[in-house]
Design a protein around this ligand. Sequence first.
Ligand code: ATP
Ligand code: MG
Length: 705
Amino acid sequence: MIYAPAGRDAAVAAALLREAGIASSVCADFSALERSLGDDAGFVVATEEALRDEDLRGVAARLRAQSAWSDLPFVVLTRRGEGTARAPDGTRLESVLGNVTFLERPFHPQTFISVARVAAKARERQFEARARIEELREGEERLRTALLAGRLGPWELNLATGSLRASPTFEAIMGLGGGDGLTRGDLLRAVHRDDRERVVGALDGAAASGAEYAIEHRVVWPDGSLHWADFRARVVRKSAHDARLVGVASEITDRKDAEHALRAVNETLEERVAARTRELRDAHAAVLAEIEQRKRAEDDLRQVQKLETLGQLTGGVAHDFNNLLMAVIGNLDLLRKRFADHAEAMRLVDGALRGAQRGAALTQRLLMFARRQELATEPGSLVELVRGMADLIERSVGAQIDVRLELPATVPLVMLDTNQIELAILNLAINARDAMPDGGVLTIGVDTVEAAADIELAAGAYVRVRVSDTGHGMDEQTLRKAVEPFFSTKELGKGTGLGLSMIHGLAAQLHGALRLSSEVGSGTRAEIWLPVTAEPAAEPAKAPQAASGAPSRTLSILVVDDDELVAFSTANMLEDLGHAVVAVASARQALDILAGRDPVDFVVTDYAMPGMNGVEFAERARQLRPGLPMLLVSGYADLPQRSPVDLPRLGKPYHQQQLAAEIERQLSACELRTPRAQAFADEAAPGNRGVDHEVECNGRHRRPL
Ligand SMILES: Nc1ncnc2c1ncn2[C@@H]1O[C@H](COP(=O)(O)OP(=O)(O)OP(=O)(O)O)[C@@H](O)[C@H]1O
Ligand SMILES: [Mg+2]
């Protein structure tokens, strides 16, 4: 700016400046000068006389309002010789204009140019400072924006004085109010009590070592609410006595909550995964166990069915075979009697009888396996039974084997056939002996057990006889087959393979079971389970009256058997005993006879007959002739457990003597019952009185002996 209104001064100055490469503009009047005094002005060249009389207050005000970086240079041209007057004016101008250089006219053009250049340079430096300041301000602005965007609160702690400079964001994070005058104490008070020690440690550590301050801790706001914050700062040392911790803080409550929730989820997730895994494992094990159990049940069922089929087959064959033996034995018995004095014939007959009896014993075992053996069941104690057999067992197994009994004082009663069960236990003991050729221990125990229902047993209480040995045991294959008839590992002629089959059938027929377990090298355990019965103990049987062999009287006997061979053989035996016999092949024929008037003292009837079985026949016969003594002969155990008529039974095959004894026993019993039975007979069948034979014993015709 050039302000030199008089003469050619302005033009000369402009020309000189142009020569120096400095652009200029001339102010036409003082107010134009005043207006041009802004931040963008380079410097001002003015003549002293032009300023002298002007009111400089407006200029002064503008110059005072300059930015901090700005100090506008003035070059004031004075006149030579006016030095005396210059002093007060110069002082006034200096105080108003500030940065002023006086140049006396006339001046050498070069002098003017160098002064102008110095002023321009000074102004340029001021412009550079302005640019720097502006950059700095922009930087600060950007930082502030970034801090706001990151929700970071800058803070500064003077480590020497403890004074705290906090940004509003920092105060908000800490829940501090009050702005100025905050201290380290205020900071620590806002920290959660449990975290305070850690914070003090970190502050002191950073102050002492200059290490970075980085900590997360809880903050309690004045309203009592709890927040998490993250603090990061560095030590800035200006001097030995001026160290500050400068940094930022940010609230991390949400992050902490999320972390906490995640941790909780993770913890429970692990638990849930573990629980689920456990559940799956258990379910898997249960399924496997179920499959295994089903497989075992199927195997057991197959085994039971197999034995059942075998039993039916065996039973049918044995039954027929038994009838044949009946005929053979019966006739051999008679031959024996007839040729008693013929030694050669007797030898042959005895041989044949022994063979037939061996056959009969075998048949009995087969019938037992087939559950068709005629059993004489009565309530009995297995403890007493085993105790009674102790000697027999010891003798049978030999001295090499240590026999131990484990018997409770008493056990509940079970329905049993004493002879057959004894035979079964003896069979088990002998099996055990055979499994211990070098000796060992044979333990026979009895106890009471509760059974759950399975394919063999109904649920309920059982008494169990355990026969355990320490012998060579059985492998799985042998164990599975052991019960099958004719299965034997013993050398030919040593075992029939019917021992366990028989016990199995016997136990099943008594509504119990035979159970075997074994381990090769350790031994075998066989158990007979029999259901506990509520029936009271049977009275000791009266000693049977000895059959004399010779019949005490001669009777009219009706023999009913569909098997001709058997009927024939029985009739022969009876006739040989001196009785009169009528043999018929069916129940119907027999009923016809009984409906007639022929005398009949005794009836021997078979059980299994086509059309009408022995029991049904007996019922009808009793209606026709009440009290008529009858004997049911059978090789079959299919008799109903309880029949309406009380029939004595005799198992096939039987000898003549057994038949005679049984008839004798029935007649004696009949005589004992006579008075009551007679009354009953009279009452029940008054029509019978018309029968022409003398009724003395239940309608039995008695002839004089
Ligand atoms: N206590 C046992 N220890 C080892 N194996 C046994 C035992 N009991 C039975 N066995 C096996 O079971 C098979 C069948 O036994 P089972 O009693 O039915 O017939 P057996 O003893 O061979 O002949 P039998 O009894 O007719 O004389 C035996 O041959 C044997 O292999
Ligand atoms: Mg055996």
